[in-house]
Design a protein around this ligand. Structure first.
Ligand SMILES: [Zn+2]
Length: 101
């Protein structure tokens, strides 16, 4: 499946550094990057920003389901981005299937 190498998404520079693993530019400090790994913790995801490390991650003992309130905006943002790519990938496949040569 195609994925970004480096792209500006919602005004922020996003660089792919591995499968489901990205560097995302900080909104408050453009010289700063956060490392976001969507595969960490069985798919809950991890991020190195303060919101995730100090506020959301410590509440994970209460996680009963795959819930977005335990994820910072960077994880949520990239999950939506990856889902968009999967949908586009499926869409192309479906168009191909309905127009066989
Ligand atoms: Zn974050």
């Amino acid at each position: 499946m195609p994925d970004i190498q480096e792209k500006i998404l919602s005004g922020l520079r996003v660089t792919r550094i591995g499968l489901g693993h990205y560097n995302v530019q900080s909104e408050s400090d453009a010289t700063k990057n956060y490392s976001v790994d969507l595969m960490d913790y069985g798919g809950l995801g991890s991020c190195t920003c303060d919101d995730q490390v100090l506020r959301r991650h410590p509440r994970w003992s209460k996680v009963r389901e795959n819930h977005d309130s335990f994820r910072c905006k960077h994880i949520r943002f990239l999950r939506v981005h990856v889902l968009d790519q999967i949908i586009q990938f499926y869409l192309k496949k479906r168009i191909k299937q309905s127009n066989p040569k």
